[in-house]
Write a protein that binds this ligand. Sequence first.
Ligand SMILES: [Fe+2]
Length: 414
Amino acid sequence: MKLGTIIPCLLILALASCGNLQKDDQKIELVRKPYLQSAISDSISILWRTNTGDNCNVRYKLRGSKEWSNADGVTRITNTNVVEHEVTLFNLNPATIYEYQIFTDNQQFLVDQNLRFPSPIGRKDSIFSFFAVGDIGEPVEEGGTPDALAKALVPYVDSLKFGLLLGDIIYPDGKSEDYDSNLFQYFGAVFPYVPVFTILGNHDWHEPEENYVKEWKLPGNEYYYSFDYGNAHFVGLDTKMGDVLYDSAAQVKWLEADLASVGDQQDWKVVFLHHNGRSCTYKNDYKSVVGLYPIFEKYGVDLVLNGHAHTYERLNPMDGEGQVVERAMSTHSHYQTPEGFISITAGSGGKLRGVGTDPKPFHPDPDNCKYPNLVAASSHTWAFLTLKIEGKTLEGTAIATKDRKVVDQFRISK
Ligand SMILES: [Fe+2]
């Protein structure tokens, strides 16, 4: 090795040891509880954070079994100067419950005696439930309610296979420093048990450095991606600030190719993104999303889930031009083999319009309701949506965060 090569190497080694947070006398403490990511196919990733530490591993076993397996992971120092641990488990049995324990430098963190996760289900096991909600991480001291949302979800953790977080997850602008204070500290009884898939909202874009991808571990390029779960195909999109999609031409091309490749192989196609297309909430229609409607129609998308408007609204089935498909409706709550797709706003997670830092009263703009019969149901309250797929039936239930009353219910049968 030439001298010119050796010197940079020595420099790199010196920098690497400087970046190591391990100190002999420092007690290892958990700074972020475990959270579950990328629960797809036969694998799942478990991440957590500590103040210090060099290595990590997860012990896991099928519930009821006495045989533990071990998987080592990787550690990295984050942009907030703590240590992130990431362990991915492979070859999981489908549709079952695993128990797990997390270790940093051989020290176990007893977050809960009964840490557990549901392994992803297989194509044949087509009964599962998941939740969806957006607009969450507004600080409690500023009137936000991420704490109430997390508490409301706790009774459902064992019945939910995963969650979709519909953007605007960290207010005001998605700084890494705010992820624990605005979100993770409240979801310590949810995220260790229910995997979540996230997409970016306008408030999650912290430019010029996008912290979002440092906080989550998602499939594909993490901005837009898809995955199969049971008999359903899920597509997450990045609508950036709403006017123009992130990486627009490439994302749209990818979307078409992705949906085309699924064809009729899956019974359900669900798109989730942050901004609304047509809407009768106080938000305008976003042309960037309405512009995707022909693709949704062409490839048979069933459901489009979004946040952004801090309220709950479910629309009747629309076609590729955004027109309500009247013949699809027998009622506004049960759709038999509907043509078109149903679009739902569930931006009712943690920042309700008219409260706290969003004090403007909630007045849907009548000018936005120029489409006859567009709205099937709406409710201006804190709420999250649960969706249950059972073969060729999909049931949606919106649940009020405060008292867990049902604020909307609908069913699609094919
Ligand atoms: Fe938004």
